[in-house]
Design a protein around this ligand. Structure first.
Ligand SMILES: C[S@@+](CC[C@H](N)C(=O)[O-])C[C@H]1O[C@@H](n2cnc3c(N)ncnc32)[C@H](O)[C@@H]1O
Length: 373
């Protein structure tokens, strides 16, 4: 088993390793950590749950290591990465779909003229027309082929020059529209790179599928809000007698990351607004209300407690800042009162941006809450 895990986390030799890192996402689990936790705290055939699945590394590790794994994720970007890597569609079908989408790009000749300057500086005309065609035609919520192609487009939507479809931009998170335009002007990157999008994407698809498709135990990630989805899962699991042995998750950190603002450009490709606005839904943006935050954790861990086996393990990675950590610990202890708790601090090994600017705060970093019976 050790060699299998090492092959996956170190190289690109197997289908499992090629798909494991699929999907740049903010605040994601390091891959080796996801595999280590699954291997150490569960056995083959066990059931694992992650109610804040992100790009699905916990669920993927579970599936590849032979655990039935169930995730829930509210952000469509994370959900697409996670669910596609568990079960990518056939390569030929995905390539056919690229060609179909590409063949319809010229319907968007006039539409691109009306788009904000940001898009014209970010993408050359051919890419922008192709993206509009994909945005219009791909039924990513209902078709596995379309979900696979869409998730591959999301991966390459922005990144370093030459590595993605865009003008120079970070891969992990999209910068704001105004900021990007000013920055490109300042850096003299006025013209986006000329790319043939179909050729570019087909090359990326061929690389990803070169060793085949990953094999795993039957596992899935639900696209939805855990506070709602768990209410449906609990009675079903109880009826069928299924008990989960590992709860392995990392909730959003209170008032830190905004998964919608960070991913605004990818969300646009999925049908979102051309000019992003801040979100109204209380679980979708950055948590500013401490009550809402505690309410989310309470609802989710209460339902999870109803799913877990008596001798289950609870492994929660969170932010070590006081409010997030204390609320998480308090709520976990409330719902798992008989478990023994161990807390392991994981200070960032690299210096953070704020430290580099003179703030010596030792507050940042992550903390793992491990509960065992
Ligand atoms: C810290 S991240 C998890 C990252 C994940 N461990 C990974 O490796 O990618 C927290 C995730 O919780 C999701 N989330 C927040 N509220 C949620 C809710 N009510 N239901 C489901 N997912 C939610 C966010 O969209 C985000 O992807």
């Amino acid at each position: 088993m050790k060699t299998k895990i090492e092959d996956i986390i170190k190289g690109f030799k197997t289908p499992e390793s090629r798909w494991a890192r699929f999907g740049p996402y903010y605040a994601m689990f390091p891959l080796d950590f996801a595999f280590e936790v699954v291997e150490k705290y569960s056995r083959q055939g066990d059931f694992i749950i992650d109610p804040f699945a992100g790009r699905g590394s916990s669920i993927y590790a579970g599936s590849v290591l032979g655990r039935h794994s169930l995730g829930i994720e509210i952000n469509p970007v994370g959900w697409l990465y996670g669910s596609v890597k568990l079960k990518p569609a056939d390569e030929n079908k995905v390539i056919d779909r690229v060609l179909e989408v590409y063949s319809r790009r010229n319907y968007y000749n006039r539409k691109i003229d009306k788009m904000p300057l940001f898009y014209r500086m970010c993408y050359c005309d051919e890419v922008l027309k192709f993206l509009l065609s994909a945005r219009h035609h791909l039924n990513w919520q209902t078709s596995n082929v379309d979900a696979t192609l869409m998730s591959i487009l999301l991966v390459y939507l922005h990144g370093k020059l030459g590595e993605g479809l865009s003008n120079q931009m970070r891969m992990s998170k999209a910068m704001g529209m105004k900021y990007s335009v000013e920055w490109w002007k300042k850096e003299k990157l006025i013209s986006p790179p000329e790319i043939n999008p179909a050729e570019f994407i087909i090359k990326k698809i061929s690389w990803r599928y070169k060793k085949g498709k990953p094999e795993g135990c039957d596992s899935s990630i639900i696209f939805g809000d855990s506070t709602v989805e768990l209410e449906k899962i609990v009675p079903k699991a109880q009826k069928s007698g299924i008990r989960f042995s590992l709860l392995f998750t990392s909730p959003p950190y209170c008032s830190v990351t905004d998964y919608y603002a960070d991913q605004w450009l990818r969300l646009w490709l999925l049908g979102g607004l051309e000019i992003p606005k801040s979100r109204q839904h209380k679980h979708k943006g950055r948590f500013v209300s401490k009550d809402d935050y505690k309410g989310l954790l309470d609802a989710v861990f209460c339902n999870c407690a109803n799913l877990m086996a008596k001798n289950s393990t609870i492994y929660v990675r969170t932010d070590r800042r006081d409010f997030t950590f204390n609320s998480t610990l308090e709520i976990l202890k409330k719902y798992f009162p008989k478990h023994k708790t161990k807390v392991v601090e994981r200070l960032f090994s690299k210096r953070t941006q704020t430290e580099l600017h003179g703030n010596k705060s030792s507050e940042t970093g992550e903390i793992d809450i491990i509960m065992i019976r």
